[in-house]
Design a protein around this ligand. Structure first.
Ligand code: KIV
Length: 269
């Protein structure tokens, strides 16, 4: 007897159908507990390879291993029930060939239970995107400022400052859309270029440091919560968790030192 599985989560076609409609809300998350909170509000959650820098103190995302993405992907899937979970393919796991990309994307999907993967690159990744999609792996693309290529780009630079570079970005956006990506992240891109791309392609654009006209927005959760000492200029900080955590830790340390830390009778209720 076959078992009918009820799909509770947002699906890839549902996200794709939001083109030009109600803005798509998304955030990154790397753990079960923050993901459970974000799940109440986000249409999709990205387990971004930014976790290498945000959680593991790396200088860039280039060193993030596949197993680390899988470990955090599993935690986020476990902590959520509504949002579509998208997991980043880390540097070096998909660029070599469509076959290598398929092997690693399938591993991510099988081991985490996520609903889609994200990879960086425009026109150059089009063949790989089609290869994955035709074999059952939904792909979110990522163009503009692509952090995995920061060594080639010479750092984390806003893209499209010179208007004569716009044609190449537009070409990238059209290529990933025509290749079958269900949406595309536009990162670190001048506002009018991101707005133009949003108008000219058929899939939802998800902006980060791009344009309010994008079909949706994404931020790194720890940035918008005020947990990081440094955040990119475009990030609006909605919380002050860094100072709040510091105040709590300081209070605890003071209580331990002056022996006012509550005894067992007060701690265990
Ligand atoms: O890794 C990440 O968090 C990302 C977002 C910034 C879009 O790719």
């Amino acid at each position: 007897m076959s078992k009918q599985v009820k799909i509770r989560r947002n699906t890839v076609p549902q996200i794709a159908a939001r083109k030009g409609g109600e803005p798509i809300v998304s955030l990154t998350s790397y753990h079960a507990h923050t993901a459970a909170i974000v799940d109440k509000y986000a249409d999709f959650i990205l387990v971004g390879d930014s976790l290498g820098m945000v959680m593991h103190g790396m200088e860039s995302t280039v060193g993030v291993p596949l197993d680390l993405m899988i470990m955090h992907g599993k935690a986020v899937v476990r902590g959520t029930e509504k949002a579509l979970i998208v997991v980043d393919m880390p540097f070096g796991t998909y660029e070599e060939s469509p076959a290598v990309a398929f092997r690693n994307a399938a591993k991510i999907m099988k081991e985490t239970g996520c609903g889609a993967v994200k990879l960086e690159g425009g026109k150059r990744m089009a063949e790989t995107i089609t290869f994955l999609v035709e074999r059952g792996i939904p792909v979110m693309a990522h163009i503009g400022l692509t952090p995995q290529s920061s060594h080639v780009m010479g750092g984390f630079k806003t893209q499209g400052r010179e208007e004569d570079s716009w044609a190449a970005h537009l070409e990238d956006a059209k290529a990933v859309s025509e290749a079958g990506a269900f949406s595309v992240v536009l990162e670190g891109m001048v506002e009018p270029l991101a707005a133009k791309i949003t108008k000219e392609i058929d899939i939802p654009t998800i902006g980060i440091g791009a344009s309010a006209d994008c079909d949706g927005q994404i931020l790194v959760l720890e940035d918008m919560l005020g947990l990081n000492e440094w955040t990119p200029k475009f990030v609006k900080v909605y919380g002050d968790l860094g100072p709040a955590i510091e105040r709590a830790v300081e209070k605890y340390a003071d209580e331990v030192k002056d022996r006012s830390f509550p005894g067992e009778d007060q701690v265990y209720r």
